[in-house]
Write a protein that binds this ligand. Structure first.
Ligand code: IMP
Length: 422
């Protein structure tokens, strides 16, 4: 399979968990390279539904090495819980999971600040997952963060954490929030550090050793292109580089060792949280929610829904260098009579065939649509390309072509077997 980067080509929740799980079969190592437990990857194996937040979904397949890379921010208490839940479900988690010692740690003051800043922003809030992601990456950039290497060293943890709690308590008090007890946070984190110590290592050296031994690596992206801190709809973004470049910086594997980039996109568009979503449409949202679909894996929030936005996915193909696309949730459109695809944006007399950088301008854009006839046949039972209705195939070909990458996979349901290789 060679080294593959898998990214979300939209606003996150593209169904990456399922595609990663399918592609993992051909990989030896699976690496998470950005984000934190704001992500939620849902994988259905048989009748068991696994929701993974930090642990790469490769953990669900035997013999795969899973790595949480340096680019991730780790909430250790939540990671311990995730490992314990997986073990309770019968999943082996041992030396098959390695956590980078240079990944940054998320603390309760990050979560508290995340929540307080959202309140302060009022109607300009981002709609974050309140997992402390922004403040944790903020501390990393400001060089005041604690890393996993500090977490697993109780003396160092105590000394650094004391200072961080003192400073952050001042800020929390000023914001009218309750200060944190150093003792309580320290005890929880020391315990989590003790639990996680056997999992911690130098993942850069490990990944290079793996490559020297000819092993294939899958880089599992979290969130999506338009939530990228640089390439997304700033400020309505997450705080990491979710795009393909993040796979290099977030793992220590250089660009020339990457062999292909796969973008995952839904057959329509969704977004959770605030920020512009040009093709948003109540009719699709109501239909999908009534089907019990499109509720967030991490927060349970109903996702905002809209038509497929080819302006956005075309830009995603550019910034990620997409070689291939995997289209998920095709079956979500099975009942639609007419299906629209956004091919440009219009704002007054201006026409855009790219995503404007100003979120306010993007919010004022109206989509220009092309229309496709719906296939109005259930597709969830399709297993081969030729099982799909001709109109569905035409739609898939068109959205891949507008995106500018080769269609390699179609998903027609959450099960592993509901996957069509094109
Ligand atoms: P944060 O990452 O919690 O700071 O949230 C920032 C923005 O990214 C919000 O709009 C979130 O809803 C969105 N976001 C974060 N993680 C995910 C995800 O895994 N899927 C979809 N949206 C996400």
């Amino acid at each position: 399979m060679a080294n593959t980067i898998l990214v979300g080509a939209q606003w996150g929740d593209e169904g990456k968990g399922k595609v990663i799980d399918v592609l993992t079969e051909q990989a030896d190592v699976v690496v998470r390279y950005a984000g934190g437990n704001n992500a939620g990857h849902t994988v259905l194996v048989g009748r068991i539904k696994y929701v993974l937040h930090l642990v790469p979904s490769g953990i669900l397949r035997r013999g795969k090495l899973c790595v949480i890379g340096n680019g991730v921010v780790v909430d250790p208490v939540s990671l311990v819980e995730e490992i314990q839940t997986l073990r309770r479900l019968g999943v082996r988690v041992g030396e098959n999971l390695v956590v980078s010692e240079t990944a940054h740690v998320v603390f309760p003051y990050h979560r508290e600040l995340d929540a307080q800043r959202e309140v302060l922003k009022g109607k300009h809030r981002i709609g974050t997952t309140k997992r402390g992601i922004g403040p944790a990456y903020g501390d990393k950039a400001a060089r005041v963060g604690l890393r996993v290497i500090d977490l697993v060293n109780p003396e160092r943890l105590e000394e650094k954490l004391r200072l961080r709690i003192r400073e952050n308590n001042e800020v929390l008090r000023a914001l009218g929030a309750k200060p944190l007890s150093f003792r309580r946070v320290f005890d929880d984190y020391r315990r989590a550090g003790e639990f996680l110590k056997p999992f911690v290592g130098n993942t850069v050296i490990l990944l290079h050793e793996m490559m020297q031994r000819g092993k294939d690596i899958l880089f599992e992206g979290a969130q999506g292109t338009f939530l990228d801190i640089d390439h997304g709809t700033y400020p309505y973004v997450t705080s990491s580089n979710t795009t393909a470049g993040g796979a290099c910086t977030g793992s220590g594997v250089p660009p020339h060792r990457m062999d292909r980039v796969v973008g995952v996109m839904k057959a329509y568009t969704t977004r959770v949280g605030e920020g512009p979503l040009p093709t948003e449409h109540a009719e699709i949202a109501d239909m999908l929610h009534a089907m019990g679909r499109e509720f967030g894996a991490t927060t349970g929030r109903p996702r905002r829904c809209g038509w497929f936005d080819a302006v956005a996915t075309h830009q995603a193909a550019m910034v990620n260098g997409l070689d291939e696309v995997a289209v998920t949730n095709l079956d979500g459109l099975d009942t639609m009579e007419t299906i629209k695809v956004c091919i440009a944006y219009r704002r007054g007399r201006e026409r855009f065939d790219y995503v404007p950088n100003d979120a306010q301008v993007l919010a004022e854009c109206e989509p220009v649509y092309a229309e496709f006839e719906g296939w109005r046949t259930p597709t969830s039972g399709a297993r081969r390309w030729k099982d799909l209705p001709a109109k569905a195939r035409a739609y898939l070909r068109a959205i891949a072509e507008l995106t500018g990458a080769r269609l390699s996979l179609v998903s027609v349901g959450p099960g592993r077997e509901q996957t069509i290789f094109v």
